[in-house]
Write a protein that binds this ligand. Structure first.
Ligand code: EPZ
Length: 418
C-alpha cells in the first residue's frame, strides 16, 4: 500500500521540465506495430501507461528496447499475434489503439474492451462504426472485440462527436485501406496531430491533421523511422495550476505555448501573471484570485483533462465560479474528496458551482482517477496542515516523477510505502 503525504502552504517556485505527452505516446507506440521497419521513438514519458503499452506490444511479438531512458526502439517485423491479453486492457483505455493498428496491418484484431479512468460509459461505438465503414466485420464476444476484414477500402466517415480515440484508431486502419478515406468531424487535439505526424514519418499519407477533416490515402505498407513525442500539455497545465494555487512563481519548460492557450487565458482572467516564450510559460499566482466560468470542450477549447485541477484553483477564487463538463458524463467524482479538504463546491448535473475563497485544510483523501489525483495533490499543496492521498497508482499512470518534480519546486511532498 502506498500513499502520498503533503505538508501544504508552501508557494512553489523555480523551473520544471515537461515530459512527453502520455496521450500521444500511448497512440504512437501501438501505431509502431503497424510498421514493417524499425521505429525509434524519443521523448517517451516514464509512466505506467507506457510501460504497460510496451509489455502489451511484446506480448504480441514486437521487440522493444530502450536506447536511453526516454528513447525506445520498436521492431515489429516479428509480430506473432493479433490478440491482446485482457490483463493489458483492463486498466488502460489506450489499449483500443491495437484495434486500428492490427486491423490495418493484419486485417484482424481481437482486443478486449478497454479499461482506464472511470469517467462514465466511454463506449467505442464510433471506433467500430469507422472500422465497419472501411469494410471490417466487428463483433463482441465475452468482452473481446473481434474485428476482421477481407480487405479495407477507403470510405467517408462522419464522427458524431470529435472523439480523440476514434479519430486516431480509424486513421490507423485507414492508412492501409485501398483508396482514400475522409474522416469528418475529426478530433484536433495536439496528440491526434502527433500520431498522424508519426504515421506520415513512416510512410503514411495523412492530410489535414489538426483540422476537422482528415484525408488518408491508403498505402500498402509502412516502413521504419524515428520520431519525437510532443510535450504533454496536460502535465504542463497541471504544474501551471499548481503554481497558481500556491501563489507561486514557476516556469514550465519544454512546452508548446500555443497548446496551453485556453488555460493561459483563464489564469490571466483570474488575475495571475502569465508570460511566455518559444518553449516556456511563466506563471505567477496572485493573492486575490478572481472567480471565472469554465466550459470543457474538444480542442482548442478548455481540456476536460485539466478540469479537476482547475476546480482546485477556482475553489480558492473570490466569488462564484461554474465548471461545465461537456465531454464526459462523470468527471466530478473528485468533488466529494475535494470537500474533505474544505472546498465549497456543489455538483448539479453537468455543472459544478464553487463558492470560492475556501481555506483548504489537510485531510485524508482518495483519488478516483488520474486527473482527480492530480487535483487533490494541487489542493493539498496549499492546504493548512497535512494531506494524505490514497490511490497514488492513478498518478503513476500519467505523471512522470510527479513528487520529485514538485519537491524540486519547493513542495513538501513524499511517498510512503507500508
Ligand atoms: C482521450 O480519451 C484521452 N485518453 C482522455 O484522456 C481525454 O480526456 C479524452 O480523449 C478527451 O480529450 C487517451 O487519449 C488515452 P474521446 P477517449 O473518444 O479517446 C464519447 C486522461 O486523463 N465517445 O475523445 O476515450 C465518450 O464517451 C484521459 O489522460 C463515444 O460516445 O475520449 C466521451 O463522452 C482521460 N463513443 C466523448 O465521446 C466512442 O466511440 C469523448 O471521448 C468514443 C467516444
Amino acid at each position: 500500500m502506498e500513499y502520498i503525504v503533503i505538508k501544504g502552504q508552501k508557494a512553489l517556485s523555480g523551473r520544471v521540465n515537461i515530459s512527453g505527452a502520455k496521450n500521444a505516446a500511448v497512440a504512437i507506440l501501438p501505431a509502431a506495430i503497424a510498421s514493417e521497419g524499425i521505429c525509434i521513438i524519443d521523448n517517451l514519458p516514464q509512466i505506467e501507461d507506457v510501460t504497460n503499452m510496451i509489455a502489451a506490444m511484446e506480448s504480441m511479438g514486437a521487440t522493444c528496447k530502450f536506447i536511453d531512458a526516454q528513447t525506445l526502439e520498436v521492431d515489429a517485423r516479428g509480430m506473432t499475434g493479433f490478440a491482446l491479453d485482457e490483463k493489458f486492457a483492463k486498466n488502460m483505455r489506450a489499449s483500443y489503439y491495437f484495434m486500428g493498428a492490427l486491423l490495418g496491418r493484419y486485417k484482424k484484431a481481437e482486443i478486449p474492451l478497454p479499461g482506464g479512468c472511470d469517467l462514465g460509459s466511454r463506449p467505442i461505438d464510433y471506433h467500430l462504426k469507422g472500422f465497419r465503414a472501411l469494410g471490417a466485420e466487428c463483433e463482441q464476444e465475452h468482452g473481446i472485440v473481434k474485428i476482421y476484414a477481407e480487405k479495407l477500402t477507403g470510405a467517408n466517415i462522419y464522427l458524431d462527436c470529435p472523439s480523440v480515440g476514434a479519430t486516431i484508431n480509424i486513421m490507423m486502419a485507414a492508412v492501409f485501406a485501398e483508396g482514400t478515406t475522409l474522416i469528418e468531424n475529426a478530433a484536433k487535439e495536439p496528440h491526434v496531430v502527433d500520431a498522424a505526424s508519426f504515421l506520415n514519418k513512416i510512410g503514411a499519407k495523412i492530410y489535414g491533421a489538426g483540422t476537422a477533416t482528415l484525408r488518408i490515402r491508403g498505402v500498402p505498407a509502412l516502413g521504419g523511422g524515428d520520431y519525437t513525442v510532443l510535450p504533454d500539455p496536460i502535465e504542463a497545465g497541471t504544474y501551471m495550476l499548481a503554481a497558481a494555487v500556491t501563489d507561486g512563481d514557476v516556469t514550465v519548460n519544454n512546452i508548446i505555448p500555443k497548446h496551453m492557450e485556453s488555460l493561459t487565458s483563464k489564469l490571466k482572467e483570474m488575475g495571475c501573471t502569465v508570460t511566455e516564450g518559444d518553449d516556456w510559460i511563466h506563471v505567477r499566482g496572485c493573492e486575490n484570485l478572481r472567480a471565472c466560468d469554465i466550459k470543457t470542450a474538444f480542442y482548442p477549447g478548455f481540456p476536460t483533462d485539466l478540469q479537476p485541477q482547475m476546480a482546485a484553483l477556482l475553489c480558492k477564487a473570490y466569488g462564484t465560479s461554474t465548471i461545465t463538463e461537456n465531454v464526459f458524463e462523470q468527471r466530478f467524482r473528485y468533488v466529494s474528496e475535494m470537500k474533505r479538504l474544505g472546498a465549497n463546491i456543489k455538483v448539479e448535473g453537468r455543472m459544478a458551482v464553487t463558492k470560492g475563497s475556501c481555506i483548504y485544510t489537510g485531510a485524508v483523501v482518495t483519488a478516483t482517477d488520474l486527473r482527480a489525483a492530480a487535483a487533490l495533490v494541487i489542493a493539498g499543496l496549499c492546504a493548512k496542515g497535512e494531506t494524505k492521498l490514497r490511490g497514488v497508482g492513478h498518478l503513476d499512470r500519467g505523471y512522470e516523477r510527479f513528487e520529485e518534480k514538485l519537491r524540486a519546486l519547493g513542495a513538501d511532498i513524499k511517498r510512503i510505502k507500508i
